[in-house]
Design a binder for this molecule. Sequence first.
Ligand code: NAD
Ligand code: UD1
Length: 339
Amino acid sequence: MSTILVTGGAGYIGSHTCIELIRAGYDPVIFDNFSNSKPAVLARLNRITKRNIPFVAGDIRVKEQLEAVFDAYSIDAVINFAGLKAVGESVQKPLEYYDNNVNGARVLLSVMKERKCFNFVFSSSATVYGEPDSVPLTENSPVKRANSPYGQTKVDIEFMAEELQKAVPDFSMILLRYFNPVGAHDSGLIGEDPRGIPNNLMPYLTQVAVGKLPHLNIFGNDYPTPDGTCIRDYIHVVDLARGHVAALEHCMNRSGVHIYNLGTGIGYSVLDMVKAFSKAIGRELPYRFAPRRPGDVVQCYADPSKARNELGWSAQKNLDEMAADSYNWQKNNPNGYDN
Ligand code: NAD
Ligand code: UD1
């Protein structure tokens, strides 16, 4: 069975992906520096999977730490979730973002090349499309200069992977462009645990629901959309995790650059999300309209047909499940992993 190095595997998407990898018969090895996650997730994962998932503490920027993992395990593929992801923070600390994300991916790819491990899966983002000229977005929609250092690190890493693949054609570069991951594992044992006040919509909604925050601020209600609020393609994190398994199954050892949108293809507005969430909690969730957030795109949703046709993968979980599972996680863990 194939062994998969999951860098950033203690984080939100990485932890859910480890479960799906095991279900599909792969052996994940988690590598993480806990810069945005907690060690407690490991015991929860072992409880869910009834396994003892190997874990190595380390930073993808440190070559020797990665080499030690390749010495200890026979790694067939790497899924790189390790990255900093707060858009606002990236504007304040651009050098930290380029160092952690771009330099980290560079070091990781250099060790993979040295060790002849040629399967690289990368957590890219719909942010590489910038403000779309038209929706839905296909993989051929233009990649644009991003409007934040965070977004630009995704563009830069995609380009670096493509250039390396030209130089070392054995590489299979699997670039997965996520839309908006939400939800949690249905056990309620793992989920998204942001530090401080959440920047993203779903964790903000869950914290309002459990009374940690008084109300949601909806950033703008005068956009050119049916209800005036922005539209996004929210995808359940378990569906997203399964997308990684499908991509590995199809693209592993198939040299080339493989790019897939991972989204549902359905655009929901912020008010749609509030409605779905209110239904999940059985009462009206308090919200107020607030000014637009700088840098927000009006609407962004995927054309997911390439992944469906080539990988045989499509998202299965609907908005009600996304809201219910997000709430279930927050309700059971009001302080995240700090319970
Ligand atoms: P997360 O912060 O929960 O997980 C990232 C993990 O990587 C954390 O456990 C963190 O400790 C670890 N990490 C960070 N830098 C590291 C380093 N240098 N060395 C080792 N470990 C390191 O984030 P997530 O939501 O699970 O996102 C995973 C990836 O997907 C990120 O690259 C993110 O940019 C990308 N992505 C996320 C979203 C989203 O909305 N969550 C959307 C598109 C793309
Ligand atoms: C944001 C990032 C994007 C990143 C993605 C995943 C920005 C400009 N974009 O995307 O680069 O890839 O997160 O991490 O930050 N909203 C509110 N109130 C809130 C929070 C959000 O109204 O308190 C609205 C936003 O204006 C947006 C929608 O909800 O219309 C979704 O927001 P969010 O969850 O932050 O995701 P994105 O903006 O898509």
